[in-house]
Design a protein around this ligand. Structure first.
Ligand SMILES: Cc1ncc(COP(=O)(O)O)c(C=O)c1O
Length: 339
């Protein structure tokens, strides 16, 4: 039976073009700075995101962890959005690796309340009070259902950060989804942050890898921290080659967005499912049902995979390996379950 896997955009298989590029990649020991394919990927990535330099890292989590480690000292405070990936789903590296204190703030679909943000950064300078040195943003915002955080918000956050000499890091795992949905180049969002991480292994379809980008000096320090964390990789051009192909696949994200919208529209007509298709901006949809676990189990029997992320929330994600037929099958399966 064909399986329609909506669990995540990380489940994609490499394209034929990626596999050929991987086979033919010219490689060397990247820890010694000898891998021309990695260098080419880092050059292209820095150019695309509009930063001075870039570093190839094994995962988005490692990219975010390195950024926090480079920008902060132990005991600093880091402002995070309360539903953000960096705070909730990266196994606590803020505490474990950087020994910083996260300060979660609420948001409207990933955009902080600027009044609250100002209050959070304008802390009393006092030995008792941990001082914030970093603000993090996430775009698109995964647990706000792939919401696009507006560019004006980036400007506003930058202003607040500058008022106290604070750094801003963007978890841009899906920044190209934000860019395709808004029509704003990714480098425009990146302009307002000091560093940005983006993933090659999500909507762009590469099997492994993310990019951390920022000023040259930051990336030099990041290279050092990557090695400490065991992320220095040797003939890794075999993987970087797929990343180079992935950077050429940004345009196709619009198909994922169209399919997510169609899926959401179809599901909104099924009694028993609560979803607002108007809120679906990119490739992630969240829907509410009475018993998420049992619905996901039944979907599996119809060859449709989704994630139950709480007792009543289901997350579904469209990606390169989901086509129109998969979307139709998913709607059909939900109709069967709720009929
Ligand atoms: C918003 C966001 N940031 C970071 C990550 C971490 O990426 P990785 O799974 O490559 O560690 C993810 C992964 O799903 C994510 O959705």
């Amino acid at each position: 039976m064909r399986v329609s896997d909506f669990r995540s955009d990380t489940v994609t298989k490499p394209t034929e073009k990626m596999r050929i590029a991987m086979r033919e990649a010219v490689v060397g020991d990247d820890v010694l700075g000898d891998d021309p394919t990695v260098k080419e990927l880092e050059r292209l990535a820095a150019e695309k995101i509009g930063k001075e330099a870039a570093l190839f890292v094994p995962s988005g989590t490692m990219g975010n962890a390195i950024a926090v480690k480079v920008w902060t000292d132990e005991g600093d405070e880091v402002i995070v959005e309360e539903k953000s990936h960096i705070y909730n789903f990266e196994s606590g590296h803020l505490a474990f690796i950087s020994r910083v204190i996260p300060r979660p703030l609420p948001s409207k679909r990933g955009a902080y309340d600027i009044g609250l943000l100002k209050k959070a950064v304008n802390k009393r300078k006092d030995y008792h009070v941990p001082q914030p040195t970093l603000i993090t943003l996430e775009n698109t915002h995964n647990f706000w259902g792939g919401a696009v955080v507006p560019l004006e918000h980036f400007r506003a956050v930058r202003e607040v950060a500058d008022s106290r000499g604070i750094r801003v890091h963007l978890d841009g795992a899906r920044i190209f989804n934000a860019s395709v949905a808004s029509g704003i180049p990714a480098r425009e969002y990146a302009r307002y942050v000091d560093s940005v991480m983006f993933c090659l292994s999500k909507g762009l379809g590469a099997p492994i890898g993310s990019i951390l980008a920022g000023p040259k000096e930051f990336i030099e320090k990041a290279r050092w921290v990557r090695k400490m964390l065991g992320g220095g990789m040797r003939q890794v051009g075999v993987i970087a080659a797929a990343g180079i192909v992935a950077l050429g696949m940004i345009d196709r994200l619009k198909d994922d967005h169209r399919r997510a919208k169609e899926l959401a529209r179809g599901l909104s007509k099924v009694p028993g499912i609560r979803i607002n298709p108007e809120e679906v901006e990119t490739n992630i949809i969240f829907l509410k049902v009475d018993d998420a676990k049992s619905v996901v189990q039944k979907l599996k029997e119809y060859g449709v995979l989704a994630l139950a992320i709480s007792d009543e929330d289901i997350r579904m994600v469209t990606h390169k390996d989901i086509d129109d037929e998969d979307v139709n099958r998913a709607i059909w399966a939900f109709k069967k379950i709720f009929s």
